[in-house]
Write a protein that binds this ligand. Structure first.
Ligand SMILES: NC(=O)c1ccc[n+]([C@@H]2O[C@H](COP(=O)([O-])OP(=O)(O)OC[C@H]3O[C@@H](n4cnc5c(N)ncnc54)[C@H](OP(=O)(O)O)[C@@H]3O)[C@@H](O)[C@H]2O)c1
Length: 258
């Protein structure tokens, strides 16, 4: 593993590059968590291959996903990702022990955001042990007591005041109701787009996988409505391992208000 930026270095332990990530993060802003995205894309910018992200990243990418989760208090996904491929936000025993040693819960909280709560209850996400689950749902879920009860039996359900959970509400609720100071968003692209458009993302961890997904694939890192302007990014770090790039970009300059 080489570090290309900020200070070039060679022969690094690839599994250790994000060991001190939490210590590098700035203080969270008032009223919301400091928020990072972590996504992998192909060289042609695609975020999924036949509906799944896993084939894009290497084994190292999958291990570093855990390291990035371990630096955060919560992992958030859109319901589309849970429906498409399932979610397991757990960091494993070794990271759990390191988190516990610094006074954090062994596992980060795991949260899913949905409008109507149409979630696949048979997924492992609803059964994983030792991890706190939160469903952030649109107000309309209250009109479906059976679905609401089924979700509430498996997760803490928090209802938004609006039919679609607004990005600012999501961020504020995770901070104030769930105590999340550092939030990792692991997609998908539509949730990413909503949060970026609202100016609620502070940085992006982006794995550039040395693969081409091809024209049959549509999803990129960010989907949804057009963004206001072209939010500028500043490179925070760049690592290279076996043709795969592990990049962190911070949002620079003013962004749209949420
Ligand atoms: N490359 C990567 O790193 C990566 C990471 C994650 C996912 N993925 C891929 O991304 C795909 C899924 O992504 P996606 O974009 O279709 O879905 P998504 O962003 O995971 O979820 C979108 C869903 O989130 C819910 N939602 C609630 N409030 C929202 C808001 N304010 N804005 C946006 N969404 C809101 C809605 O759920 P309801 O429909 O329930 O209302 C909406 O349909 C999968 O193919 C997966 O493999 C790739």
């Amino acid at each position: 593993m080489q570090r290309l930026y900020p200070t070039p270095a060679a022969d690094l332990d690839p599994d250790a590059i994000y060991d001190d990530l939490r210590d590098q993060l700035p203080k969270p802003p008032a009223g919301r968590p400091y928020t990072m995205l972590n996504m992998v894309t192909s060289v042609d910018g695609k975020a999924a291959v036949r509906g799944k992200a896993a084939p894009l990243g290497s084994d190292l990418d999958h291990r570093l996903m855990r390291a990035i989760r371990a630096a955060n208090d919560a992992v958030l996904n859109g319901a589309g990702t849970l429906r498409a491929e399932g979610i397991d936000s757990r960091v494993g025993a070794a990271w759990g022990a390191r988190r516990a040693a610094r006074g954090l819960p062994a596992q980060p909280l795991t949260a899913v955001v949905t409008r109507a709560g149409d979630l696949p209850l048979d997924r492992g996400w609803f059964r994983h042990e030792g991890i706190e689950r939160v469903v952030l749902a649109g107000a309309g879920l209250a009109a479906d007591p059976d679905r609401h009860a089924a979700l509430a039996a498996r997760a803490r359900v928090i209802l938004a005041p609006t039919p679609e959970p607004e990005p600012a509400w999501i961020a504020r609720t995770l901070r104030e109701a769930c105590g999340v100071r550092y939030l990792l968003v692991e997609g998908g692209p539509h949730l990413n787009g909503a949060l970026i458009a609202a100016g609620l993302v502070d940085e992006i961890c982006w794995t550039l996988a040395p693969k081409i997904a091809g024209g049959g694939e549509r999803l990129t890192l960010v989907e949804g409505p057009a963004l206001p302007g072209l939010p500028p990014l500043a490179l925070a770090s760049a690592y290279l391992h076996e043709d795969e790039l592990f990049l962190r970009y911070r949002f620079a300059g003013p962004r749209a208000a949420g």
